[in-house]
Design a protein around this ligand. Structure first.
Ligand code: GLN
Length: 204
């Protein structure tokens, strides 16, 4: 079984570990380079992206993770993790650093106060049935570069059409929290990438 790390400096690490374990992979926490080295894939959890970025800096993990991303490491970011993987942030804190890798612009806390946190069913590319998606002070994807595949958009309401799941090569990100609620199918898509199966590639 592959080893999938969960970046464990801040955020909902335990929920990801549990979901990954339910899929039969070896799930481990990552706080240091030696732990990163042992990973075949990495999850960047939800939490608070400005705090997470500061801690990643403190733990000296920015460069090692960026290098692994450049070398093709599959990485899955959820919510704050999506922000961490984005090349560009709107409404970021001053000087907020990201790992980058995904050619997307994200808007933090995009859904506004009235709909700060909400849930809904979402059609996700590659999955037969909708996912029950939990959004918590979520970002949305404002724009994507040419190599990014959109996996899901909000279907109705004021945010209809907004992009909330993307994939580019071995990188995946969701605005919502698939680690909450006991549905492991989105993680399964990621583990498929880690294992070299490419169910999401529209080109086959
Ligand atoms: N609003 C948070 C941020 O900007 C993300 C929220 C989350 O991960 N649930 O980092």
């Amino acid at each position: 079984a592959p080893t999938v790390g969960v970046l464990a400096v801040q955020g909902d690490v335990r929920e990801h570990l549990r979901t990954l374990e339910s899929l039969g992979v070896r799930a481990t926490t990552v706080r240091r380079t030696s732990e990163l080295d042992a990973c075949d894939g990495l999850v960047v959890p939800g939490g608070e992206s400005t705090t997470m970025a500061k801690l990643v800096r403190t733990f000296d993990l920015f460069e090692p993770i960026r290098q692994r991303i450049k070398a093709g490491l599959p990485v899955f970011g959820t919510c704050a993790g999506m922000i961490m993987l984005a090349d560009r942030i709107e409404d970021g804190a001053a000087g907020q650093e990201t790992l980058g890798g995904l050619d997307i612009t994200v808007r933090r806390n995009a859904f506004g106060r009235q709909v700060d946190s909400f849930e809904g069913d979402l059609v996700v590319a590659g999955l037969d049935a909708p996912v029950h998606a939990v959004f918590i002070r979520a970002p949305w994807v404002e724009s994507v570069g040419p190599d990014v595949d959109v996996l899901a958009r909000v279907e109705d309401g004021p945010a209809a059409g907004r992009i909330v799941a993307v994939r580019q090569g071995s990188l995946m990100a969701t605005s919502f929290h698939p680690e909450v609620g006991g549905d492991a199918r989105v993680h399964r898509l990621f583990v498929d990438l880690v294992e070299g199966r490419d169910e999401l590639d529209p080109r086959g």
